[in-house]
Ligand binder design. Structure first.
Ligand code: DON
Length: 560
């Protein structure tokens, strides 16, 4: 990982992991949970006006693009899972696409080596943004209030401003200390003056407000055609990017069937590829169904071992098989979701020692870890689970002054080097090689679980490659261990992604004895402060219970 990226991530961690308790909040009429209290309140107000879960989610997502610009966005992409009150589910894929001029060796030098940072910190790292298309499409099909009404609150927040908080301020200071690396971020946080807006002051983004007004008035076309598209394409040309007006005109969000699995009596609806999240999560839940948890105590050494071994197997299949379905029509999704496969995989686990991940065939790419998730339910019991991202925190760090929003660096989620795979961090398998108009494979895992045929649990998280495991363990905590949503979110989590072959664990939450026992079984362990930043809702007996992960300093579950 480059120095500048690792210090940015460290900085974001330092200022976002303040507390270690999340009280759940309650509501009778609806609930919005996001990583920004201002954005959650925006969504709640839309619900109060008679909006449904889709209206609330769209309003919250646009608000996050203003109040949480490290990941909230209109310059990135993501996924939305929708389940209506009767358990009918669908999904919207608004993942970024490779531009028409992209090639599978575009980040390699003449020797065929990856040009350092090129797939994350250059205008070529920017994928064709999908967020506006996705929000517009989901709203056109399932929203209730007029589009203009759900976009307007974000315009007000951008134009009139909102109170600068410490996490934004600290990010601004970081960028200020790196003028060479981030020239375009230098006056992002300063209201056109010479100084960053102080915490407690009002931070305004009038250019973003103007772009959002065009989107309010013209919908999808407001972003993908006309004035905004022209400016965006001109910015790319000027900065060495390859996105053109044609790329924007061709972009469409796609409504896709969810991947569906079961865990005991529950039904799990999740995102299909190009997210790897749904397939991988369901395959791990299938493995969990094979064991008797009466004899496998939560957080015990055998529990951690079994969960880690299941992760190892599911992530190996993820790396081997998954990519954009429009370019990989023959992915073996049914095979991966089959309970018979889970049985076989579990039978292969030795409960006395760690398996070794075989790196001879393929490896894993590192992924960024800044994304954001929101969960919304309305008074009728409809639910939305939405995760979207710029890839790294503040994406490419590139922003067009006139448009006022930050561009993603999602091209870094493709496998950059065809055919070359190493155990230290590169993967070269075919399903996720760069091709024009292909969507890069994602780990984002927005999920809705139904109980008795109705939405019961809405959950998701940021965290790059760790997302799938973080969401998976939270779902297991609720469905198997019957934890309340706040406890399920805060409980100890681990991450194993097959390669590198090691268990990451939340270091304040795993006992030294367990660590030693796992090591003696042959596991390599690496402690980290926290995994994920979960935003969840449980709905039962007519009550909404929401919780925002304590790792989100500014997050809030807002019910009414
Ligand atoms: O789509 C993905 O899997 C990654 N680009 C997500 C990056 C991410 O989660 C960063 N989050 N904290």
């Amino acid at each position: 990982m480059s120095l500048r990226l690792s210090s940015l991530l460290l900085l974001l961690c330092l200022f976002s992991t303040a507390k270690f308790s999340t009280a759940q909040t309650y509501g009778r009429n609806g609930m919005v949970v996001s990583t920004s209290s201002v954005a959650s309140e925006t969504g709640r107000d839309i619900l109060k006006k008679g909006g449904n879960a889709v209206d609330g989610a769209v309003a919250t997502a646009f608000a996050l693009a203003v109040t949480h610009p490290s990941a909230g966005n209109i310059g990135g992409g993501g996924f939305l899972v929708y389940m209506d009150a009767n358990g009918e589910a669908t999904t919207f894929d608004f993942r970024e696409k490779a531009p028409l001029k992209a090639t599978n060796d575009m980040f390699l030098d003449e020797n065929g080596d990856l040009i350092e940072n090129s797939n994350h910190f250059s205008a070529k790292a920017i994928g064709v943004p999908g967020t506006v298309a996705g929000l517009y499409k989901a709203h056109s099909k399932y929203g209730k209030l007029p589009w203009k009404e759900v976009v307007q609150p974000a315009i007000d927040l951008a134009t009139n401003g909102f109170i600068m908080n410490w996490s934004l301020y600290n990010a601004a200071k970081y960028f200020e200390s790196k003028p060479t690396e981030y020239p375009m971020m230098q006056d992002f946080f300063n209201n056109h003056s010479n100084a960053i807006v102080e915490p407690g002051g009002v931070w305004r983004q009038p250019e973003l407000g103007k772009t959002l007004s065009i989107i309010r008035d013209k919908g999808h076309n407001g972003f993908y055609k006309g004035e905004v598209a022209k400016k965006l394409a001109a910015f790319m040309k000027e900065n060495g990017g390859i996105i053109t007006e044609k790329d924007l005109a061709k972009y469409e969000a796609i409504e896709r069937k969810p991947v569906v699995g079961t865990y005991k009596d529950y039904q799990i609806c999740a995102m299909p590829p190009p997210s790897s999240g749904g397939v991988t999560l369901i395959s791990m839940m299938n493995m969990m169904e094979q064991v008797n948890f009466d004899t496998l105590e939560f957080n015990s050494t055998p529990y951690v071992h079994f969960v880690a071994e299941s992760m190892r197997r599911a992530y190996a299949n993820r790396a081997k098989h998954l990519g954009d379905p429009d370019f990989n029509p023959d992915m073996p999704i049914d095979f991966l979701l089959d309970k018979a496969l889970a049985k076989e995989l579990v039978a292969d686990i030795d409960m006395t020692k760690a398996t070794k991940s075989d790196s001879s065939n393929f490896g894993q790419m590192p992924e960024g870890d800044n994304t954001t998730h929101l969960s919304v339910m309305d008074k009728d019991g409809n639910a939305v689970s939405l995760t979207y991202t710029l890839e790294y925190a503040y994406g490419s760090g590139m922003v067009d002054k006139e448009l006022g929003f930050i561009f993603n660096n999602e091209m870094g989620d493709f496998n950059p080097k065809p055919g070359v795979t190493t155990s230290t961090g590169q993967i070269g398998t075919k399903p996720n090689l760069i091709e024009p108009e292909k969507r890069m494979l994602s780990s984002m895992t927005p999920v809705i679980v139904a109980k008795d045929g109705k939405p019961y649990l809405v959950i998701g998280s940021p965290g790059g490659r760790t997302i799938i495991n973080t969401v998976f363990q939270t779902v297991l905590n609720v469905l198997e261990f019957e934890m309340e949503i706040d406890n399920a979110i805060e409980a100890m989590k681990i991450h194993h992604q097959w390669l590198p072959d090691r268990i990451m664990y939340e270091e304040l939450l795993m006992s030294p004895d367990t660590r030693e026992a796992l090591k003696s079984m042959g596991h390599d362990l690496r402690g980290i402060s926290r995994l994920g930043q979960l935003m969840g809702i449980i709905y039962e007996d007519g009550i909404f219970k929401g919780a925002s992960d304590s790792s989100s300093g500014e997050g809030a579950a807002v019910g009414y």
